[in-house]
Design a protein around this ligand. Structure first.
Ligand SMILES: [Zn+2]
Ligand SMILES: [Zn+2]
Length: 271
């Protein structure tokens, strides 16, 4: 009995060890890099990768520029346990790209390959000018194309904020949730559930409230559902989400009422 218990424990320890080593392998950590200082090999590789990025971003083909972003992010991920702010700044140069697809891809890659706090600060600065532009409705075809491009840029930004894993992503995410622009809210509603920041749940409540006051539409319904789903993932409040926002407004009002009451009661201790 005792013997089998000991064997059981050994087995469990082995499983944990195997899991831990496979996780470390997946994250591509370097044994000699530390959080504060890069090892010689990676410092040299990063310098070369940054040089290649600068050159790659000068190429006339946007596809080639996107490849340059991809290569730099991959080089950084070779030593994921150390994330020098200089690398985040180097990759942020791609956010000056005139092509929306390059911008969006760079924003996303920042989130997956660089230091979370640095990325949240970088992306946060990009949000305001784009929000200002998309607030103006497009009147001509040309303006419509530019408007669509800005929505693509915002999509990259929310993916980057979602991936960066820093609570600092909460403030820009909350700003996007509170725009009152359904297209923008849809992007943030789907991606805010991974951002564990005190700023996010109250912003979701405000966005739900704003949705309820908007005229009925399929998009509004979809945003409401996405918001209520993200609310549940973040808070685990156990409040039943409305199945379809447009079919039963009473259900949506019920959800919003219960969610507000829950946050009032549990918000102070929520983490
Ligand atoms: Zn290293
Ligand atoms: Zn390193």
């Amino acid at each position: 009995m005792v013997e089998s218990k000991r064997k059981d424990l050994e087995m469990k320890r082995l499983v944990v060890l195997v899991l831990a080593s496979s996780l470390a392998a997946r994250a591509d950590d370097c044994a000699t890099c530390t959080a504060a200082k890069e090892c010689e090999i990676h410092a040299t590789l990063d310098r070369d990768a940054a040089k290649a990025l600068v050159e790659g971003l000068r190429r006339p083909d946007p596809g080639a520029r996107q490849k340059a972003v991809e290569a730099f992010a991959a080089a950084c991920q070779k030593h994921a346990n150390c994330r020098p702010a200089a690398n985040a700044q180097a990759l942020a140069a791609a956010l000056r790209d005139p092509h929306a697809a390059v911008f969006a891809y760079a924003a996303e890659m920042l989130g997956t390959s660089q230091d979370g706090a640095a990325v949240a600060a970088i992306l946060s600065k990009e949000v305001d000018p784009i929000l200002k532009r998309v607030a103006k409705p497009a009147k001509t075809d040309k303006e419509q194309i530019a408007w669509n491009d800005d929505i693509s840029r915002l999509k990259g930004i929310v993916l980057g904020l979602e991936a960066c894993g820093s609570p600092d992503a909460g403030a820009p995410m909350a700003k996007l949730l509170r725009t009152g622009n359904l297209e923008v809210m849809r992007l943030a509603a789907n991606r805010c559930k991974e951002v564990r920041s005190r700023e996010v749940p109250p912003a979701i409540l405000d966005a739900l409230e704003a949705c309820r006051k908007m005229p009925d539409s399929t998009l509004r319904g979809a945003v409401f559902i996405a918001l209520s789903n993200s609310w549940e993932v973040l808070t685990a409040s156990g409040i039943k989400s409305p199945v379809n926002e447009t079919s039963d407004p009473n259900e949506s009002d019920r959800f919003l009422r219960e969610a507000k009451a829950w946050w009032q009661k549990n918000g102070k201790t929520w983490k």
